[in-house]
Design a protein around this ligand. Structure first.
Ligand code: MTE
Length: 345
């Protein structure tokens, strides 16, 4: 048989073998990632990972004034991002790699797998966008994203993020204090709570056709939590415009609470006298409280919250103790003085 023919007839079998091998590896990879056994970065070939990391760390250094060339390329021309680092509120820990922050997500509107949001969130159209402010405020209304951003100087803040599922990251957000935004609407004395709502549009968010949560996703804070200087409205990360999978164009970040309080792609903010419903509390009240303050002393009914796994850290030092209020106790513990945190979890 001519070598050419052998090659021709052998090629499809080789291709099938490789495809099967890829599929098996991918399945194994997804099982490891989805069960929180290992992170995406740990399974990325080292050379690719290191090269990406080198680029990204370059990005962090530039992020002190964050209008990087990459950001400009990734962002629409009308939305340059300049943000000065706010060192007072920033962690000095090694930020998690960009690939992990944007590739290992919880955004059930796009699926329940950790890599579903990255793969599926392209259907979300974060511009044009508007947010409705209502309830107990003197100045209600609907604002475009441009109106929202106009008066605020953007800041970079490097925050720890602790998911209730036991994994954690360190994320360089770009945003502005929620308190500064809220003051613009002059809440009345009846505004005891702030309720947030995500976009509800199954065409843009196909996961909303499934019933794993009640839609739209909703969250809430007590007004003093919302006004706390650590509470941020984020519009970017790593000096770049917020990717869809991370909650574009606008999401909440409350670093002393479990990650599920950080509601994404916000379209409505409502001020109210009564405590508002919150998605995970509605789904399973015995597992997810309204407060959701990070607390190593109060376990989730199905697992311990005493430690966490830092995404992207080496397998040997990934597990670390979880700190009360995620390490922000000096700033926020006084908000809860006199409260039984076992009851108000
Ligand atoms: N917001 C909406 N609208 N939908 C979601 O599924 N998931 C929450 C929170 N905000 C979620 C959401 C959870 S459980 C976590 S841990 C964080 O987003 C994850 O944010 P990240 O994917 O940017 O890390």
């Amino acid at each position: 048989m001519a070598p050419g023919r052998l090659l021709q007839s052998g090629q499809p079998r080789l291709a099938t073998f490789r495809a099967n091998q890829d599929m098996a590896l991918n399945m194994a990879r997804n099982i490891l990632i989805n069960n929180n056994i290992i992170s995406a970065s740990e399974l990325t070939p080292e050379c690719v990972y290191l090269d990406r990391r080198r680029l990204l760390l370059g990005g962090t250094a530039l992020a002190l004034t964050t209008a990087t060339a990459t950001a400009a390329a990734a962002a629409p021309a009308q939305a340059p991002m300049k943000a000065a680092l706010n060192a007072r509120y920033s962690s000095t820990e090694q930020p998690t790699a960009y690939a992990d922050i944007t590739g290992y997500n919880n955004f059930y509107e796009f699926g329940t797998g950790k890599d579903d949001p990255r793969r599926n969130a392209h259907t979300l159209r974060p511009r044009p966008w508007s947010v409705t402010i209502s309830g107990e405020v003197e100045v209600p209304g609907t604002l475009t994203l441009e109106d929202i951003l106009a008066p605020h100087a953007l800041e970079e803040r490097v925050y720890r993020m602790r998911c209730v599922e036991r994994w954690s990251m360190v994320i360089p957000w770009v945003g502005f204090p929620l308190a500064d935004f809220i003051k613009r609407f002059r809440p009345t004395s009846k505004a005891k709570y702030v309720a947030f709502r995500t976009l509800h549009d199954p065409k843009q968010m196909p996961g909303q056709r499934a019933g794993w949560l009640e839609w739209p996703y909703v969250e809430g804070l007590r007004i003093d939590e919302a006004m706390h200087p650590l509470t941020l409205l984020a519009v970017g990360l790593y000096g770049r415009l917020l990717p869809n999978q991370n909650g574009a164009p606008l999401r909440l970040v409350v670093p002393w609470k479990y990650g599920f309080k950080g509601i994404k792609s916000i379209v409505a903010i409502h001020f109210t006298e009564r405590r508002p419903p919150t998605s995970w509390n509605v789904a399973a009240a015995s597992e997810y409280g309204f407060y959701a303050n990070v607390n190593p002393a109060v376990d989730h009914p199905r697992w311990s919250q005493a430690s966490e796994r830092r995404i992207g850290a080496s397998l040997f030092d990934a597990t670390r103790p979880t700190l009360p209020f995620n390490g922000y106790a000096a700033d926020v513990a006084s908000l809860y003085s006199g409260m039984d945190l076992r009851r108000w979890f």
